[in-house]
Design a protein around this ligand. Structure first.
Ligand SMILES: Cc1cc2nc3c(=O)[nH]c(=O)nc-3n(C[C@H](O)[C@H](O)[C@H](O)COP(=O)(O)OP(=O)(O)OC[C@H]3O[C@@H](n4cnc5c(N)ncnc54)[C@H](O)[C@@H]3O)c2cc1C
Length: 497
């Protein structure tokens, strides 16, 4: 199949709907349910992009006579990496960067894990009676399966937030956290839950542990990596309250299109076939899987490109507000827009540096440089909160006084047109702009974005600690030590008359 169309994506979703629950009801067809249909069609639009003649070359690559999504290309050179980055950026622009989990994100994960599948070799040995269970081959085949069918994936990494002071095995029930219950001829049975899967209207869900497992160092029922269809028997997704509340695109320009949903994932004795298992019981292997395969860097590379698109959207919206209300001559207004420019340029520079410093990893994959990507993924979550705040500071009452499309078409329409026009635009255009600013910064959709940016790549506190641990600080320390040991004094030149 490869590089599917939007219609193919929708048909697949309709025929194999994930087991979603929203407001106490089962979603029978996510392509028509009011809370998910617009998102499903937005995703379809994203799939269609790659089939547009003018974008095909940029968004897909060719191998063995087939075209596949660019995000699944295994990069072997810096040029490949740059092509992937450009595709990430083009696709991010489709949602102004507000779709955190377009399929590219998980594709980057599966690509790196598939190319580094050898890493999972050791795991086979740690599973009793597993001589025939070749997890490395499973991982490799899974990448091909995702690529050949252009699948849409979600993932769920963290355990339910029951008691962070306890290990998974110390919970009131050992199967609150997702764990292996038993082995069977055809696979393993897993039970428990995972806290969050964004974009549950996906074809498959990937399960890996993200936080460090400290259970039994040699063998833990909580150490596992696998992928299964989102409609696997026993698997269900409890969705949060929808932010697509059925409003017109003009009124909720982002929420009505890009509510990717977040779901709590429940595994009620789910069978995971052996061929879908990538690691099992090996705590050390599980803890290092993202780093050792460099999946984390390829995902971060997708993310940095996405955040550039998102920051550009904030810049464009902020400057449009300034233009609309004629506030550009005020120095503090200029300074606020400049703050966004600085953030944008920092992210762009980090992206360029990540490619410039890229190197082949042990699996022959051209891997973007860790330093700039670690900087980007630690910098952006801390800075993001300022972006919605800047829109609020620049837009002020304009971001709340926004009669809807229905209001504009109602009895007060002429007055709205007169009093809410912009210095450079009609009331209609001004209100569309301010509604976008509101959806970016203040609506329930915008609020969820703020939380998402803080946490989606992990807890910022632990991410900072991890950076502290892995960053090689020694050269800087040695420079200081060497400087402190220097004793020469600059010779003052004699002044001759
Ligand atoms: C909108 C949104 C979408 C998300 N989408 C996904 C997704 O698709 N897939 C996915 O797998 N995950 C997803 N996540 C989850 C994300 O990975 C987690 O939010 C993140 O890893 C933090 O874990 P937690 O939320 O369980 O917080 P917790 O670990 O419960 O932390 C809560 C608080 O306690 C502190 N804390 C807890 N433990 C420690 C510790 N050991 N050391 C120091 N401080 C600690 C934290 O700093 C924080 O302040 C999403 C999160 C959000 C908000």
């Amino acid at each position: 199949m490869a590089a599917i169309t939007g219609q193919q994506f929708l048909d697949r979703l309709r025929q194999n709907p994930p087991t979603l629950y929203i407001e106490g009801q089962r979603v029978e067809d996510p392509t028509t349910h009011p809370a998910t249909r617009n998102m499903a069609h937005s995703l379809a639009g994203l799939y269609d992009l790659q089939n547009q003649p003018e974008l095909r070359e940029k968004l897909t690559y060719e191998e063995n006579g087939q075209r596949y999504p660019m995000s699944l290309l295994v990069p072997r050179s810096k040029e490949d990496l740059a092509r992937i980055g450009e595709a990430h950026r083009l696709r991010a622009d489709y949602s102004l960067g507000f779709l955190g989990r377009a399929p590219d994100y998980m594709n980057a994960n599966v690509m790196a894990a598939g190319a580094g599948a050898e890493y999972f070799n050791r795991c086979s040995a740690s599973v009793p009676g597993s001589e025939k269970r070749d997890f490395a081959a499973n991982m490799r085949r899974y990448y091909e399966f995702v690529r050949d069918n252009d699948l849409c994936l979600t993932h769920a990494l963290t355990n339910p937030q029951v008691n962070r002071a306890k290990q998974a095995s110390e919970m009131p029930d050992p199967y609150i956290a997702l764990g292996v219950v038993e082995e069977r001829e055809e696979g393993i049975i897993v039970r428990g839950a995972r806290m969050m899967a964004t974009l549950p209207i996906a074809d498959e869900i990937l399960i890996f542990p993200s936080t460090v497992l400290k259970e039994n160092a040699d063998k833990s029922r909580y150490a596992m990596g696998f992928a299964i269809p989102t409609n696997a028997p026993g698997l269900s997704f409890q969705c949060r309250e929808p932010f697509d509340v059925g409003r017109d695109v003009e009124d909720h320009p982002l929420g009505s299109r890009f509510d990717e949903q977040d779901a709590f994932v429940i595994f009620d004795d789910v069978l995971v076939p052996w061929e879908r298992i990538f690691l099992l019981y090996d705590v050390e292997l599980a803890n290092k899987a993202y780093a050792a395969t460099d999946a984390v860097l390829h995902m971060a590379y997708q993310v940095v490109n996405l955040k550039i698109a998102k920051t550009e959207a904030f810049l464009g919206t902020a400057q449009s507000i300034v233009n609309a209300i004629g506030s550009g001559q005020f120095q503090h207004v200029q300074s606020k827009v400049s703050e966004i420019i600085i953030m944008l340029e920092i992210m762009k520079a980090l992206e360029v540096a990540a490619v410039a410093g890229a190197e082949l990893n042990p699996y022959g994959v051209m891997t973007p440089a860790r330093g700039p990507l670690d900087a980007a993924r630690n910098y952006y979550p801390g800075m993001y909160a300022r972006l919605p705040e800047l829109l609020q500071l620049l837009g002020a009452s304009g971001i709340i006084m926004m009669p809807s499309k229905a209001d504009r078409e109602g009895p007060l329409g002429p007055q709205i047109s007169k009093y809410l026009q912009a210095g450079n635009a009609s009331a209609e255009d001004r209100l569309k702009l301010f509604r976008l600013a509101w959806d970016m910064s203040m609506s329930s959709f915008g609020g969820r974005q703020s939380l998402y940016e803080k946490f989606f790549f992990g807890d910022p506190v632990r991410m900072h600690s991890a950076l502290y641990e892995v960053y090689d600080k020694q050269p800087a320390v040695e420079r200081i030590q060497a400087f402190l040991k220097r004793s020469e004094k600059p010779q003052a030149e004699e002044v001759t008359a």
